[in-house]
Design a protein around this ligand. Structure first.
Ligand code: ZN
Length: 288
């Protein structure tokens, strides 16, 4: 090893330099190598095949809101372990791991912000935190944004990216479906606009509740949208049936069957949301 040490002092190029993490990434669909900065600039869309890479909740908010306009709501609401649940490991241990990994205390980032200077309420699922699953903290954060929207007469956007209800919170997580939908009923009675954005994947309890009941439901291209995802059905059907199911649950098929209103690329999402809000949002104060 002395040989390397000798070279190290004489030849600069052999010195191993620390590279920042994830300078290059590989597209999971076309397998092309993409420069991370280019991917970020393109809102997480592969420049080669247009695949929409799953981005974080903070990145999504940066992609659709005016720069610097986001103000978080419900940051103090954190996932807890009311049932003392243990599966392969205790639930609090899982929470601790995910908190460290994504620097969040729940799988929803919520708040208010502006789209082309128009104020909106927004809640975005964080797929990196236990699959973006819906638990008590997530339901509460979404409801707090809905309440703020009602108070300030704002349109609401919920960006779903979730495997559904969180099994570690059992019936308490299932209850969040009803809780959020009940809040949305009150919101709707105020005559306010709710836009649901369904991204890859939107499945199970989230797809079966608030993600499907927007005044306008928008999907991202090729997003998986359905009740049971491949991990559940994969164990009980043949490969051919599995592939047919996978195709049936893609956004384009879901659009054909009328469950979503339009498919919009992520780099066009802000402009589309802006147009919809400008056309459709009519606060009760103005219409009364
Ligand atoms: Zn690609």
């Amino acid at each position: 090893m002395n040989w390397f040490n000798k070279l190290k002092s004489g030849i600069q190029t052999l010195v191993r330099r620390r590279m920042p993490d994830r300078v290059w990434v590989k597209c999971e669909r076309c397998e092309q190598i993409i420069y991370q900065k280019q991917l970020e600039k393109n809102t997480g869309i592969c420049p080669h095949c247009k695949h929409h890479v799953r981005i974080s909740s903070a990145e999504y908010i940066a992609a659709v809101l005016d720069k610097g306009s986001f103000e978080e709501i419900g940051r103090e609401v954190k996932s807890t372990d009311p049932l003392a649940f243990v599966d392969l490991k205790p639930y609090p241990e899982r929470l601790k791991e995910y908190r460290k990994r994504v620097q969040m205390d729940a799988a929803v980032l919520a708040g208010t912000g502006k789209i082309d200077k128009m104020r909106v309420g927004i809640a975005v699922h964080e797929i990196g935190f236990i699959g973006g699953s819906l638990g008590s903290a997530e339901g509460e954060r979404i409801c707090r944004v809905i309440e703020r929207c009602m108070r300030d007469q704002l349109p609401l956007i919920i960006v779903s990216r979730s495997g559904g209800a969180r099994m570690q919170e059992s019936v308490l997580s299932l209850m969040q479906m009803a809780k959020v939908n009940a809040a949305l009923s009150q919101f709707s009675a105020e005559g306010l606009l709710f836009i649901s954005v369904l991204t890859d994947p939107t499945t199970a309890g989230v797809a079966a509740s608030y993600a499907s009941i927007g005044d306008v439901n928008i999907a991202e291209p090729n997003a998986l949208i359905g009740f049971t995802g491949p991990r559940i059905t994969g164990s009980s059907v043949s490969a051919a049936e599995m592939e047919a199911l996978r195709q049936a649950q893609r956004a384009e098929q879901v659009l054909e069957h009328g469950f979503v209103d339009m498919i919009v690329s992520r780099n066009q999402m802000k402009a589309t949301l802006s147009q919809l809000i400008a056309m459709l949002a009519s606060p009760r104060k103005e219409s009364a």
